[in-house]
Write a new protein. Structure first.
Length: 309
């Protein structure tokens, strides 16, 4: 009862609205740990110590593992989602930031070395290093695992990696200082948050070319797509989330916490989770109507977020 009262006091809707159980994994760069939040229980169920300055989080398609990039220790922590224990620490390149995961491999962007480290998901061993653009930031995998897409902050571009050959096969021009990236459930469209130009570029993956560009809020960073097709862009400079339709058309703007940075969509199309770096909270947005279900507290400087069922 005390927990419910505290949640209510912060504006959190503690009623049983969650369709299925999902776990939300949040990388807290300021406290060197990962917060695990269970939506069915309505509380934080674990705090997992990881490496120095964790930033990105990526979930394995099975939901059994999450991969956390530790930017200052040049490692990736692999967490078992059932036991909430770090089962491996993998050395990667300089200043790892983003991570995308296919059924067989994890792809880690090394911001400081202009490369992507490929980690074997079965052995947790690095197996290849792929050169990409300057200052690679974030990554996302195609739903079928055939491609991985990487944003290059310093090159204003997206690198396309063929996961069969483990090589870069294309470069797509986008806006200024591209950061977050997400892909639609059918794999047909990419959404790239261009932090330097306050825009989102929509890319058609069939021909690897930009389809259109949409103006959003100030300094967009994280971006996610719900199974239903809504795109949620965290605007760190304006404390808002821009909600777009599948083609990039603006739908609405949602006010969230201070300095929103990460964006993660639940696989059951229920809610979207936004990390507020300046507030130490996660805002919860209803994926269907844009209403705020309420925030919950995490660690210091939350950045990346991944949602597993």
């Amino acid at each position: 009862m005390v927990l419910l009262a505290l949640l209510a006091a912060t504006g959190f809707d503690a009623s049983p609205r969650w369709p299925t159980r999902v776990q939300v994994f949040v990388a807290n760069s300021g406290s060197d740990n990962v917060t695990v939040y269970d939506t069915r229980l309505g509380k934080v169920t674990a705090t997992v110590p990881v490496g120095d300055y964790p930033t990105g989080v990526g979930a394995h398609p099975s939901g059994h593992r999450v991969y956390v990039t530790n930017e200052s220790s040049n490692t990736v922590s692999v967490i078992d989602t059932r036991t909430h224990v770090v089962v491996a620490t993998v050395p990667v390149g300089a200043n790892p930031f983003g991570v995308a995961v296919t059924p067989t491999h994890a792809y880690v962007t090394n911001f400081g070395s202009g490369t992507v480290t490929v980690i074997d998901a079965a052995t947790n061993a690095p197996v290849k290093t792929i050169p990409v653009g300057r200052f690679p930031h974030s990554a996302v995998a195609a739903p079928d695992g055939s491609r991985v897409y990487v944003t290059n902050n310093g090159g204003d571009s997206v690198t396309v990696i063929d996961t069969g050959s483990q090589t870069a096969v294309a470069t797509i021009p986008v806006g200024i200082f591209p950061s977050g990236i997400a892909i639609s459930a059918d794999g047909a469209r990419l959404y790239v948050a261009n932090t330097g130009s306050d825009t989102v570029t929509v890319i058609e993956t069939g021909n690897n070319s930009p389809a259109n560009t949409t103006k959003v809020g100030d300094a967009p960073l994280g971006v996610s797509v719900t199974p239903g097709g809504r795109v949620h862009v965290a605007n760190t400079g304006s404390d808002t989330v821009s909600v777009l339709g599948p083609t990039g058309k603006p739908v609405e703007v949602v006010k969230v916490g201070r300095m929103p940075e990460g964006s993660g969509a639940a696989p059951d199309d229920s809610f979207v989770y936004i990390t507020n770096t300046g507030a130490g909270t996660v805002s919860v947005i209803d994926a269907k109507n844009g209403e705020l279900a309420g925030p919950f507290g995490v660690g210091k400087r939350p950045e990346g977020v991944a949602v597993t069922s």
